[in-house]
Design a protein around this ligand. Structure first.
Ligand code: ZN
Length: 275
């Protein structure tokens, strides 16, 4: 994508880390707080909201009704952002086909993790028969997959699913780099290698944790990628300074302005991502 293409800013609002008010006091974990932070991130300039659901007490869940309540709370505020629902494991609580029950809500987007990986202390499973079923569920419900690729082999699996006719071009790819456990380090060199594996018409963005978020946000702005920010990936504005989701989004908006990248509205994001 040329750099004059508007940048789609996606905010990953909460993730599925354990609710822990001591270690992560600024992470919204109650459904009402997640919805409020999501709407604030949209007002700050996020065109896409990446959402994980939680129970009232903050416990992550893949339960479709919890996602439905969260979506309702956000739409009630008049928010027209693209919603991208997680089909992850809710912190290891959901396995395999339980993970994508939320696709029945027919969100515009959902995350499709393209393989197996060590994730911290856990194994995050994604064998090929399961990936085929999950890709089939995305198609059945008319949901656009965001292909989360944690490693070069995950890009290979995404391309295999595409060759098998289970994914449509243009692909939307989220490179998830720097996850403790394995995968690729969160460096520009690694992302450049991953990008070379993609079809020319694919859109791409980078999810990087902690202090690697900001430099890779800037790299994406410069190189014509889209940008992912948010507290799921990084809790701080600077060392020792806790962030809100809206503050992280606002910083990307400022950087985009400085670097000459227009910021996509939700309507432009729908066009750019072919939703
Ligand atoms: Zn997520």
């Amino acid at each position: 994508m040329p750099v004059e293409t508007p940048v789609v800013i996606q905010c990953a609002v909460t993730g599925s880390a354990d609710a822990d008010a001591t270690r992560r006091p600024n992470l919204p974990t109650r459904p009402a707080d997640i919805a409020r932070e999501a709407v604030a991130a949209w007002r700050a300039g996020a065109a896409v909201l990446h959402l994980h659901a939680r129970e009232e007490d903050g416990t992550p869940t893949q339960d479709a009704s919890a996602f439905a309540r969260l979506v309702d709370a956000i739409r009630t505020e008049g928010c027209d952002a693209v919603l991208n629902l997680s089909c992850g494991t809710a912190g290891g609580r959901a396995v395999r086909d339980e993970r994508y029950a939320c696709l029945a809500l027919r969100p515009e987007m959902g995350s499709l993790d393209c393989g197996t990986i060590n994730f911290g202390e856990r194994i995050f499973e994604g064998d090929l028969p399961f990936l085929r079923r999950m890709a089939g569920a995305f198609r059945e419900h008319g949901v656009a997959p965001e292909l989360e690729c944690f490693d070069t082999g995950h890009v290979g699996l995404a391309l295999q699913l595409r060759d098998e006719g289970l994914l449509d071009d243009p692909l939307r790819v989220q490179f998830v780099v720097g996850i403790p456990g394995t995968g690729v380090p969160a460096t520009v060199g690694q992302v450049e290698h991953l990008r070379r594996l993609l079809p020319a018409d694919a859109s791409w963005s980078v999810c990087a944790p902690g202090r690697r978020q900001l430099p890779l946000n800037v790299y994406c702005l410069i190189e014509g990628g889209h940008v992912r920010t948010g507290l799921e990936d990084n809790l701080h504005l600077a060392a020792g300074v806790r962030a809100t989701n809206a503050e992280l989004v606002a910083r990307v908006v400022r950087l985009a302005d400085e670097l000459g990248r227009p910021v996509a509205t939700p309507a432009q994001a729908r066009e750019l991502l072919r939703l």
